[in-house]
Design a protein around this ligand. Structure first.
Ligand code: FES
Length: 102
């Protein structure tokens, strides 16, 4: 396991999300939900869609393609047609920097 820096803490405000682009990581969506960071795969498990092009409402990430949804904290599929959960990643915040465990 190694920690990979993905952004500075202030870069993402509560309610915002971003696509993490880092050669050492698969495509990851990073979310700030009420001041806590969470990370999941950025690829919908229903078909191929980029989740950060969808909508974050509370802790729900809605896919832009067919309206499927997931819990961004747990990766659980919460709305049809999504059934398979998203992979989640551990996020750590240290000294004002945000890291993902890979
Ligand atoms: Fe995400 Fe279909 S690709 S709901």
């Amino acid at each position: 396991m190694s920690l990979i820096k993905v952004c500075d803490e202030g870069q993402l405000k509560p309610g915002e999300m971003m696509a993490v682009e880092n050669d050492e990581l698969p495509p990851i969506a990073l979310y700030n939900i009420d001041g806590t960071y969470y990370a999941t795969s950025n690829i919908c498990t229903h078909a191929i869609a980029i989740l950060t092009e969808g909508f974050l409402e509370g802790d729900t990430i809605e896919c832009p393609l067919h309206g499927g949804a997931f819990n961004a904290k747990t990766g659980e599929a919460t709305n049809f047609p999504c059934e398979e959960p998203l992979q989640t990643y551990e996020v750590q915040v240290k000294d004002g920097e945000v890291f993902i465990e890979a």
